[in-house]
Design a protein around this ligand. Structure first.
Ligand SMILES: [Zn+2]
Length: 351
């Protein structure tokens, strides 16, 4: 697997062991029913940071939705604010309820890891994978939903058309994975919906690009903005493809130099993100074509009664989980100053 698990936090291991012992002696008759597989230590270690960003972001999103009178989204942001606020650990794994929303970094991380595990074994076998970006012209917020629908329809049409051609021996078989994403431009106050597509070879990428330009014409999609490049690191580009959703931290100057990180402190634009999440609501943004994943056993959430368990609550003020019984902190996470500044200065006005 591309992911390194070498640097697992050993202190978390120790903590889990100690905590288990403490729990056993304090609460010998207590029991709890836990559900599912649970999250592993590496994911738990990263959780306080994700939880902190998610709570601050969703607090701002709640404010935006409230001001716009959008009670449906407000409710969902609120639900995410509470996601994983309370967790139970058992044998070094964490259990709890997940909100499964796109604006939850905790749930997003779990979903990404799951998708990488499923898709990577297939994609790593592709001989000449290529990375294709398809865009349309930037749009104001009121057009966003319509354009995202239109882009999805266009891609479906291209895939169907090419499949027919392939069946008549007049073109390649299209094989790839795609995801529809959108970024906000805080200077122009526009939105850039785009597809990231990982294809099995260059010919497929070229074919899709040609068809895309034919559908939209230069009036809506400029040819030089539809980019194809060779994949050097399949794992990295798969992650890039399934980033899933919207960029949260944005350079307010929008000056992106190739391969260089901008030195300007990044910002979060909650009102812009709200427009994107609203437009993406109830849409499937990720898909594959030309291949099938091996059949998986349907996931049945197994119920288990445990006696040695720990209960933890997330405390926003210290950005960590605190053990209900012992008061122990779960990790040694301390947010850096720059992250705290970004989270305390979320912009809720521009969209
Ligand atoms: Zn969640």
């Amino acid at each position: 697997m591309y992911r390194s698990v070498k640097h697992l936090d050993t202190s978390l291991d120790k903590l889990a062991q100690e905590a288990t012992r403490i729990s056993d002696s304090y609460n010998p008759l207590g029991s709890k029913i836990i559900l599912g597989e649970g999250s592993v230590k590496d994911s738990i270690r990263k959780r306080p940071r994700k939880k902190m960003i998610t709570q601050k972001l969703n607090l701002a999103l709640i404010e935006v939705a409230k001001n716009k009178g959008d009670t449906k989204m407000e409710k969902r942001y609120r639900n995410t604010w509470y996601c994983q606020s309370h967790i139970t650990t058992h044998n070094g794994k964490a259990y709890g309820n997940y909100c499964k929303n796109r604006f939850c970094l905790v749930c997003l991380g779990i979903r990404k890891a799951d998708m990488i595990n499923r898709y990577y074994p297939i994609i790593e076998k592709w001989k000449q994978p290529h990375f294709l970006t398809l865009t349309v012209k930037a749009q104001p917020n009121q057009n966003l939903q319509k354009w995202m629908d239109g882009m999805k329809k266009a891609l479906t049409k291209i895939l169907k058309r090419c499949q027919k051609r392939f069946e008549r021996n007049r073109g390649p078989k299209l094989i790839g994975v795609y995801s529809l994403e959108c970024n906000f431009n805080p200077i122009r106050k526009t939105y850039n919906p785009h597809f990231h597509i990982l294809t099995a070879n260059k010919e497929i990428a070229n074919r899709i690009k040609e068809e895309w330009l034919q559908i939209w014409t230069p009036k809506y999609a400029l040819p030089y903005l539809q980019k194809i490049r060779k994949v050097k690191d399949t794992g990295k580009d798969l992650v890039e493809t399934i980033k899933y959703g919207a960029k949260i931290f944005i350079d307010p100057t929008m000056k992106k130099k190739k391969g260089m990180k901008s030195k300007t402190p990044h910002k979060i634009y909650a009102a812009g993100l709200h427009e994107i999440y609203k437009a993406m609501d109830n849409k499937r943004l990720f898909g594959s074509f030309g291949f099938r994943l091996p059949k998986e056993e349907p996931k049945v959430k197994k119920e288990k009664i445990v006696f040695d368990f720990q209960e933890w609550n997330y405390v926003p003020e210290i950005a960590d989980y605190v053990n209900n019984e012992t008061g122990q902190l779960m990790t040694s996470f301390i947010p850096d100053q720059s992250l705290e500044t970004i989270l305390n200065e979320i912009d809720t006005s521009s969209s």
